[in-house]
Design a protein around this ligand. Structure first.
Ligand SMILES: NC(=O)c1ccc[n+]([C@@H]2O[C@H](COP(=O)([O-])OP(=O)(O)OC[C@H]3O[C@@H](n4cnc5c(N)ncnc54)[C@H](O)[C@@H]3O)[C@@H](O)[C@H]2O)c1
Length: 374
């Protein structure tokens, strides 16, 4: 248990009109109950997808708010990124079919980014597309994965190879679920909030960097709820400008190009790391690239590097690992005509996308990184 926000009362409702216009509700427990018994009330032919953890920890919250939900309406897959796969996609389709789901059914996806990604994809493709509602339960789920309509599964360990752009009918985000989220998952999720702040707003980044992540965990915390709602708003504003990810949305990839290559390295070495920790490590390298190629001031780079180093467990790299990281980058989806394309910071809060960087500079950023995490 990491934090206990008092969200049971009337106070502390973080509803925001800009978000509700896009059917994204960031709300307290009471409001979640109202939505689940009103506009987004599950019908008898609707289904709810959970993973094994959210079934245990989050479904009871839904049951309490909406006791009419029947066991047969719950579809559960095993937790973990490795289960965001084609077998489980088929399992979800088959369970919906066997349960009598039809074109008018809705799928409620109750979980972190793994559940919202695979559940969204299952719904977007079942009977050529049924409605779905995300109820994110992890920090990444709330601040990032449930917003913007990207759905996907992995293929042979390669991330998000098959998927669809499909918007949920609504997102019902309630911080009460974070009560049971393990600390390392919380911290990993906070890595994405740091990224969203760096990409979208200087004032937001200023607020984030004055936040000690350790102080946010383990206590009732309105400060956190405000940061999450700001991250949702920033993510939504950039994603809704470019739903198909052909332009400005690519800025959200800051830290992810090298971060994914490091994540893949750790996976291949049999020592998988949390996504947000890989992104934090990737942001250090890409902040260095920003300083070299995008005009980021040296002191701004230093501030970013120090903050990430102090607050996140960085991925350990050795000189021998660098060729493998480079080779992982070779497969990156964003690579065009030989050079990797990056989203880099001109200044904190001001990001540019599509910047070509040659391999020798990428290697230099990795060499620099070796000195930092020691
Ligand atoms: N679609 C997008 O735009 C987008 C954006 C970012 C990330 N993602 C995807 O999101 C996934 C990562 O998200 P994640 O970190 O939420 O992963 P996750 O869903 O695997 O959740 C992490 C772990 O926390 C558990 N968990 C979730 N909520 C809990 C709760 N309230 N209490 C107890 N345990 C809980 C899960 O069961 C899992 O074990 C990746 O698959 C990534 O590709 C998608």
């Amino acid at each position: 248990m990491i934090m206990k926000m008092d969200l049971s009362g009337e106070e502390n409702n973080f509803e925001n009109k800009d978000l509700t216009a896009n059917n994204i509700h960031f709300c307290n427990y009471k409001e979640l109950g109202r939505l689940l018994n009103g506009k987004y009330k599950p019908g008898s032919n609707d289904f709810i997808l959970t993973d094994s953890n959210t079934h245990r920890y989050c479904l009871p919250v839904i049951d309490e708010l909406f006791p009419e939900l029947r066991t047969e309406q719950v579809v559960t897959i095993l937790a973990g990124e490795q289960n965001k796969n084609a077998e489980n996609l088929e399992f979800i389709w088959k369970t919906l079919l066997a349960g009598g789901a039809g074109r008018n059914s809705r799928l409620y996806c109750l979980g972190g980014g793994m559940v919202t990604d695979i559940g969204g994809f299952a719904a977007a493709t079942f009977m050529r597309g049924i409605r779905f509602i995300h109820i994110p339960t992890s920090l990444i789920g709330m601040a990032d994965a449930s917003v913007g309509g990207k759905t996907a599964i992995n293929l042979n360990g390669a991330k998000n190879v098959a998927g669809a752009f499909a918007l949920p009918e609504a997102v019902l985000s309630c911080p009460v679920f974070l009560d049971t989220l393990p600390n390392d998952e919380f911290l990993s999720g906070f890595g994405e909030i740091v990224k969203i702040s760096l990409v979208t707003g200087a004032a937001f980044w200023d607020k984030v960097r004055r936040t000690s992540v350790a102080n946010l965990t383990g206590k009732r915390n309105d400060e956190l709820a405000i940061l999450i709602s700001q991250a949702i708003k920033a993510k939504a504003s950039i994603a809704f400008q470019d739903l198909k990810d052909t332009g400005v949305r690519q800025r959200l990839n800051f830290g992810h190009t090298i971060g994914h290559a490091m994540e893949e390295l750790a996976f291949k070495k049999g020592n998988p790391v949390k996504h947000g920790f890989a992104v934090a490590s990737g942001m250090i390298c890409e902040s260095y690239l920003s300083m070299k190629q995008a005009g980021l001031a040296a002191d701004a780079h230093q501030t970013i590097e120090s903050y990430l180093k102090e607050n996140f467990p960085l991925i350990k790299l050795t000189t021998e690992d660098i060729p493998m990281v480079m080779s992982n980058l070779f497969h990156d989806k964003k690579k065009i005509e030989g050079n990797n394309r990056f989203s880099l910071l001109k200044s904190p809060g001001h990001c540019m996308h599509g910047i070509e960087i040659n391999d020798s500079l990428i290697e230099e950023s990795l060499q620099e990184y070796l000195h930092i995490h020691r």
